[in-house]
Design a protein around this ligand. Sequence first.
Ligand code: IMP
Length: 428
Amino acid sequence: MPATVVLGSQWGDEGKGKLVDRIAEKASWVARFQGGNNAGHTVVLGERVLKFHLLPSGITREDCALVLGDGMVVDPWVLDRELNDWVENGGDEPRGKRIFISSRAHIILPYHTYLDGLDKKIGTTGRGIGPAYADKINRIGLRFAELDEADVEIMATRQNAALAAAGCDQRVSAEELSENLSWIQERFSNCICDTGILLDNALKLGERIVLEGAQGCLLDIDQGTYPYVTSSVTSRGNAGHGAGIHPGHIDTVIGITKAYITRVGNGAMPTELYDADGEHMGSVGHEFGTTTGRPRRCGWFDLVVMRHAQRVNGFTEIALTKLDVLGGLDLLKICVGYELDGKEIHEMPATASALARCKPIYIEMPGFAQLSTAEWLGVASKCNADNIGFKGLPTPAQQYIKTLEGLIGVTISSVGVGPDRDATIDRV
Ligand code: IMP
């Protein structure tokens, strides 16, 4: 059976975790293929709010096996904490049973986080992601496969030189490194394996795999708003590759987009709002980073961004999230192009400086009423139970969805109207 890819089409935080949690019901495997604990996924199950950074969102489905794939950078201490929290909150123990860490994945070590802590330009999450990927590209990184082959003396010397060169006061010792590596082996040796082979075998057996992206297209190291991006390829081209399976296995690519747009960290966002509408999106949408708690910058839906994401990823369908958040705004705006230095453009400029000069060109649409979370959940339940799809939504909300769909040119297969797992309306 083929694989489904779930990707963010904006600057991350589009609601991938909630969708993956939903579709994982019909999957046997959920695999992450890039990034690390810079990601933050929230899954709401009734009263329970679960936040994950490393664990794939399929964790909530106990029949689902989980993979931290080849293309990831993994902080073992964070993973250990997340697994312990999961078990302490009544979950099964996945270690040795259903969680598998790629032997090819790179390890985030303390010195990576020390170095990342010095960032003042990008506004990183400070989790060591960039420095760990830099070591990977420099071919000096440590992978799970080589845990017992590492020369800790050489590592400590090199890491201390890098810390000194960067102006960081912290230092590491060979002894401490040696202890760290033994601890990682002790905690995870029963999970480390060639996960690409596991996934390939699962596909041969006809099992469904979900490849769960982290961050979003505009944070992609090659296709994003460089340099204000993360350090991995967040897009479709890397989904199979970073999981160790070929792209021919992928038949469905779901692009997740909010009904508006948000960004955390630095870098231009042409539709950013500094007014009451932006404040509404931030407060009603609880727009605070899952990983760092930083407030997210909010703005109107940006078709230029979406067009770019569609070109790079070729989404086969779109999941629109957080439509409910727009409830209560009199007028809705959609950015359909930018004005750059007196010219109208419809594609993302390549430089951060040009993007910062772009002024959004909007079309406007009527808004719809604000409902409570429980009321929206009721609307979603009724739409799904009556099998009427989006027709159960207020007319202006339906118009908004239809307009976006027409502009993007891809079917919107579901619409999220609240944080709960069931607050999602499927298209009929
Ligand atoms: P890094 O991935 O920690 O190096 O951060 C680089 C940029 O990506 C910063 O602007 C972060 O705020 C942003 N970023 C990284 N992960 C996420 C995410 O999961 N959601 C939203 N932004 C993210």
